[in-house]
Ligand binder design. Structure first.
Ligand code: SF4
Length: 382
């Protein structure tokens, strides 16, 4: 059984992206920029025989540098940025009677389901791109500007917990930088194979930090990797933007640890924000039914296609025994929240590099440049 899940780097199904990443890393004519999703750093350790859920963010960054990536940025940074845009979008929709409830749009499997099966609800999807795609658009614009690089020479790579992200990166509309914003996508397992292929002693690597200016993140950006995380991050920022006051308790437990469907009402100033967190695409049916029959009274719906969110994505290290799966996912989830608690900043609007990005480049959330680079539209898809 173990033999059957070994994945040589250049096995048939890896020939596309993994081989092209390897070629780019060995091409002195290009500049490689990489980002890793939040869930990758709590899964990667398992492919190196380390304990499940172990946070290896620093080793992961060092490994990426050893592989030869020129700039190691972070999807957690654009998770914070997503909150700035998506939180502002939700407030605008509530104030201006826009399409409600608003759906999160960071899971491409969920977005494609809406486009394919529920197209009449596509206006409920937030127009925000996912953190992966926001990062890709910024690498070849803001990143190129800061690093004084020719955008045409940048190869933009991401490491993600699922193959749905490969599809998302290849969508024709994801070219706001002038070319495909994310060129190549590796899964967590594919990154592990690449590290092994390069002969890097992952376990003994000294940890290091991501590069500035697209690398800093808060606890809110990090918890995007678990079900309920986007909702909690949005509420942390939305509460302070709307009320001008700090939250009494930043841990919003009412939206955490959901299995199936979890509903909560969070008082934000005078407004009772009604939220729904859906863990697993199989559970979204009743929520869609309520919206269609007019009985839905909620404002914001988070849907992640995988049962525990991205920590349980199909590109993460495999948990072979079904009896162990629950415990492994629980340890990955606990690791996510532990890191959130350890970080000095835990609200997206406090990310100093996000503030700098708006000041130096984007202007303001939902502004003209944000619209061009960070937002998208949806089409009926078969
Ligand atoms: Fe991919 Fe699953 Fe995360 Fe959706 S929830 S982005 S399908 S890993």
């Amino acid at each position: 059984l173990l033999e059957s899940v070994k994945e040589p780097l250049f096995a048939a199904h890896n020939m596309g992206h993994a081989q092209k990443v390897w070629e780019a890393l060995n091409n002195p004519e290009v500049v490689t920029m990489v980002q890793c999703a939040p869930a990758v750093r709590v899964g990667l350790a398992e492919d190196f025989g380390m304990e499940s859920g172990k946070l290896v963010d620093g080793k992961m960054i060092s490994a990426l540098r050893k592989l030869g990536f020129d700039k190691v940025y972070d999807t957690n940074f654009t998770a914070d940025l997503t909150i700035m845009e998506e939180g502002s979008e939700l407030i605008k929709r509530i104030q201006e009677n826009g399409a409600l409830p608003m759906f999160t749009s960071c899971c491409p499997a969920w977005v494609k389901y809406v486009e394919q099966e529920q197209f009449e609800l596509h206006e409920n999807l937030s127009t925000c791109k996912s953190p992966q795609q926001m990062a890709g658009a910024l690498f070849k614009t803001y990143g190129a500007q800061v690093d004084k690089l020719d955008p045409k020479k940048i190869v933009s790579v991401s490491v993600m917990p699922c193959t749905a992200k490969k599809f998302e990166a290849s969508r024709p509309e994801m070219k706001s930088s002038g070319s495909q914003d994310v060129d190549l996508v590796l899964t967590t397992r594919e990154l592990a194979n690449l590290i092994k292929h390069a002969g890097i002693d992952f376990k003994n690597l000294e940890p290091s930090q991501p590069d500035s200016v697209l690398g800093a993140y808060t606890g809110a950006g990090h918890i995007f990797g678990v079900t309920g995380g986007v909702m909690e991050a949005a509420l942390r920022t939305g509460y302070e933007l709307i009320t001008g006051k700090a939250l009494d308790d930043i841990n919003i437990l009412d939206v955490r640890y959901s299995e199936g469907v979890k509903r909560a009402t969070i008082q934000v100033g005078d407004l009772a924000v009604k939220t729904v967190v859906v863990a697993g695409l199989a559970n979204v049916g009743p929520i869609i039914e309520e919206i269609k029959n007019g009985t839905a009274d909620f404002h914001f719906v988070e849907v992640m296609a995988c049962p525990q969110g991205c920590i349980s994505g199909g590109g993460q290290p495999k948990v072979l025994l079904e009896t162990e799966r629950k415990a492994v996912y629980a340890s990955r989830m606990a690791s996510m929240y532990k890191h959130d608690e350890e970080l000095p900043l835990r609200k997206s609007h406090e990310n100093p590099e996000v503030t700098k990005l708006y000041k130096d480049f984007l202007g303001k959330p939902l502004g003209h440049k944000s619209h061009d680079l960070l937002h998208t539209h949806y089409v009926r898809r078969g």
